[in-house]
Design a protein around this ligand. Structure first.
Ligand code: CP
Length: 327
C-alpha cells in the first residue's frame, strides 16, 4: 500500500520524481540506483570527468544546517552531470532579514530552477517543500531533522555492496545514538528492503527511540553480544546538537561502553568492515586506530558519495521527461 510519502515521491509510472525517504520505495528502485551509481564509478579517473546528462538544468543546494560531505558531493555530482549548480548561503541571504522559507523558495522557483537539494533541521521539511513547490521542481532530501537522510543511506548501501557483495548473507550492527540519527532510520529501511537478514542496533536505552521494537531489528545494549560475528559495523556520532537532556553520564563513560576499540571490534568477524557516515568524533564513538585502519570504510563511503548522488540526480531528473512530467 502506498503511504503519503510514496505518493509524493513517485509519479504515476512509479518513477522517482522526488527523493525524500527510503520508506515507500522498493527493492527494484534501490537496486536500479545502485547499478546506475556503479556505472559512474571510475569517472573521477577519466581525463574529462563529465557527462552531459543534465546539461542545461539548474540545481540549487539549499542547506539550512551545516554540512561538509553532503553539500560538496552534491555539488560535485551535479557538475559531473554538467548541470549548473547554485549554493544558496543561508547566513548571507535575505533569510537573515526575516524572509520566510516559503518566500525564499518562491524566488528561487522564479529563477527557473529544476531541482532543490534541501537540508533542514526540522523533520518533514523536505516532504513539506515537495508538496509546496510548483510541480516541475524536484526535491532531494539531504537530511531533515532526525527523520531521514536517504542519499547517505544509499551511498552506504553502495559501499556495503562493493565490499561485501550479497546483502542476503549479512549481519549488520548499527551502534550508538539511534534516537537522534536520521542516517540510522534510512539505513535500517534500506538494509531491510535489500534483504539483509539480521540488522542489529546497539546502544544505551536512553539513545534508542520509543517503539524501536516495531522496526525489523534486534536490540542489544552490550557491544560483545551485539557485535558478535557481525559483517558490517556502522558507528554513529552522538548528536549533541539534537539532545535536549543529558542522555549519557559522560563522554568518557560512553566511550568505555560503546566506543569502538580494537578489543571490541574483535567480537565481529575478522573481515568485518567499519563504517561511519561522518563527521567522526575520535575518542568518543571510535578509536583513532580503527578509524584509520584498513577495515575502516569511512573515506571509501565518501568516495561512493559522488557516483551515488549522480545516480540519484540523474534518475530523478529523468522522470521529468515530457511524457511523465507531472501535470
Ligand atoms: N554524513 C553527513 O551527512 O555529513 P555532513 O553533515 O558533513 O553532510
Amino acid at each position: 500500500m502506498q503511504n503519503a510519502v510514496t505518493n509524493v515521491q513517485l509519479n504515476q509510472h512509479g518513477q522517482l520524481r522526488h527523493f525524500l525517504s527510503i520508506d515507500g520505495l522498493n527493492k527494484t528502485l534501490l537496486e536500479t540506483l545502485l547499478n546506475t551509481a556503479e556505472s559512474f564509478i571510475g569517472m573521477d579517473e577519466q581525463p574529462i570527468k563529465k557527462v552531459p546528462l543534465l546539461r542545461g538544468k539548474t540545481i540549487v543546494n539549499l542547506f539550512f544546517e551545516n554540512s561538509t560531505r553532503t553539500r560538496t558531493t552534491f555539488e560535485l555530482a551535479a557538475k559531473r552531470l554538467s548541470a549548473d549548480i547554485l549554493n544558496f548561503n543561508i547566513s548571507t541571504s535575505a533569510t537573515t532579514k526575516g524572509e520566510s522559507l516559503f518566500d525564499t523558495l518562491q524566488n528561487l522557483e522564479a529563477m527557473a530552477s529544476d531541482m532543490f537539494i534541501i537540508r533542514h533541521p526540522d523533520s518533514g521539511a523536505a516532504h513539506f517543500i515537495a508538496k509546496s513547490v510548483t510541480p516541475n521542481i524536484a526535491i532531494i532530501n539531504a537530511g531533515d531533522g532526525r527523520h531521514a537522510h536517504p542519499t547517505q543511506a544509499m551511498l552506504d548501501m553502495l559501499s556495503i555492496r562493493r565490499h561485501k557483495g550479497d546483502f542476503s548473507k549479512l549481519t549488520v550492527a548499527i551502534v550508538g545514538d539511534i534516537l537522534h540519527s536520521r542516517v540510522a532510520r534510512s539505513q535500517i529501511q534500506a538494509l531491510a528492503m535489500l534483504g539483509v537478514p539480521e540488522i542489529r542496533v546497539i546502544g544505551p536505552k536512553t539513545l534508542l527511540p520509543k517503539n524501536i521494537e516495531l522496526l525489523p531489528i534486534k536490540i542489544f545494549h552490550q557491544m560483545e553480544a551485539g557485535l558478535s560475528d557481525a559483517d558490517v559495523v556502522i558507528m554513529l556520532r552522538l548528536q549533541k546538537e539534537r539532545m535536549q537532556l543529558s542522555l549519557i553520564p559522560s563522554e568518557h563513560e560512553y566511550y568505555q561502553c560503546y566506543g569502538l576499540t580494537k578489543q571490541k571490534l574483535a567480537y565481529a568477524k575478522p573481515d568485518a568492515i567499519v563504517m561511519h557516515p561522518g563527521p567522526i568524533n575520535r575518542g568518543v564513538e571510535i578509536e583513532s586506530s580503527i578509524a584509520d585502519s584498513p577495515q575502516s570504510m569511512i573515506l571509501k563511503q565518501v568516495n561512493c558519495s559522488v557516483p551515488m548522488r549522480m545516480a540519484i540526480l540523474a534518475t530523478v531528473m529523468s522522470s521529468y521527461s515530457e511524457k511523465s512530467k507531472p501535470s
